[in-house]
Design a binder for this molecule. Structure first.
Ligand SMILES: NC(=O)c1ccc[n+]([C@@H]2O[C@H](COP(=O)([O-])OP(=O)(O)OC[C@H]3O[C@@H](n4cnc5c(N)ncnc54)[C@H](O)[C@@H]3O)[C@@H](O)[C@H]2O)c1
Length: 296
């Protein structure tokens, strides 16, 4: 494949919409697919708001912005992605759901297409095994939010070819990202290190060591992190954090990865973080600022 001209993005949530925006701004034709029509409506709105914000800050010309919005198409029909050079999956962090999707994508995508996953932790080798083209399956892990964060973590499955790796790396670099490479072990690099810290912050809250405000302020000012771990968990999505801890625990087999019961309880209660208006913090009562004084 000479150059990637079109991509398909599956999953129009916070990551999929951001990846679609990034690609469109960098001159790639994009089909964005989600099974939920409302998610596509939300994605269209958030992409156009985000692009206009870049324009008003002088970081993007109006011409590029207009072109990007023209290059982006949303669909609830997965078949529309059949002509894409690369398909990037960003659906829910569930191995079963992703395997089913990869098997479907394998059947409809053109023979030369690369199938990439934005998974935070799930085995690329096992997703690849659900297809007939394991050498063309790879992990392309964007950070949140994809249009802003500078990093892409690329994960090679056991059979990922050098050509697939080089094309994926070139695509990430065309998007202006710095690439790091990980072997295919649960959590890769970023979440292997980050999630146990977030989980430990939940245990610190759960066992009454400190308030959420002191845990977050402590980690922000004491270790120079831009966000505290609980605030970051709300930003990522508590359901995503819980899924990653379960993958780390199952994949690496160490009890240090057991998810904190408080994290599990918040997810059970639908407190998924910013995307639901409530997680560790309550974002519903206050506009424009995190309500640090809300109840646990
Ligand atoms: N949230 C983060 O900070 C972050 C960062 C890096 C990677 N990721 C990974 O990106 C992926 C998506 O995370 P997110 O935060 O965007 O989740 P999200 O909940 O915001 O969005 C997921 C979307 O996928 C859609 N979906 C579910 N099953 C589908 C299917 N079979 N076909 C089509 N669409 C389907 C849902 O309707 C939803 O709109 C996960 O694998 C996650 O681990 C998340």
């Amino acid at each position: 494949m000479a150059e990637v001209r079109s991509i398909g993005v599956v999953g129009g949530g916070q990551m999929g919409s951001g990846i679609a925006q990034l690609a469109a701004v960098h001159g790639v034709d994009v089909w964005l697919h989600d099974t939920d029509a409302e998610a596509l409506t939300r994605a269209t709105k958030s992409i156009s708001t985000s692009i206009q914000r870049f324009v008003s800050k002088g970081q993007l010309s109006q011409e590029v912005a207009t072109g990007a919005l023209q290059r982006l198409r949303c669909t609830s029909n997965l078949e529309e992605l059949c002509s894409a050079d690369v398909i990037i999956e960003a659906i829910v962090e569930s191995e079963d759901a992703k395997k089913k999707l990869f098997s479907e994508l394998d059947k409809l995508a053109k023979g030369s297409a690369i199938l990439a996953s934005n998974t935070s932790s799930i085995s690329i080798t096992r997703l690849a095994f659900a297809t007939s083209r394991p050498c063309q399956v790879i992990g392309m892990h964007f950070m949140n939010p994809p249009p802003i964060m500078k990093l892409v973590e690329i994960v090679r499955g056991a059979d990922t070819s050098e050509e697939t790796f080089n094309l994926t790396k070139a695509l990430a670099e065309r998007f202006g990202k710095t690439v790091i490479c990980s072997q295919d072990y649960s959590g890769f690099i970023i979440n292997r290190v980050l999630m146990p810290m977030i989980n430990e912050a939940f245990f610190t809250l759960y066992t009454g060591v400190a308030t959420k405000k002191d845990i977050d302020t402590g980690m922000k000012l004491g270790t120079n992190h831009p966000m505290g771990p609980l605030e970051l968990a709300d930003f990522i999505g508590l359901d995503v954090c819980l899924s990653i801890m379960k993958v780390l625990h199952a994949g690496l087999g160490d009890s240090k990865y057991v998810p904190c019961p408080l994290l599990q309880q918040y997810v059970d209660a639908g407190r998924l973080g910013r995307k639901r208006g409530i997680g560790v913090y309550n974002y519903r009562k206050v506009t424009g600022a995190t309500n640090l004084s809300s109840r646990i």
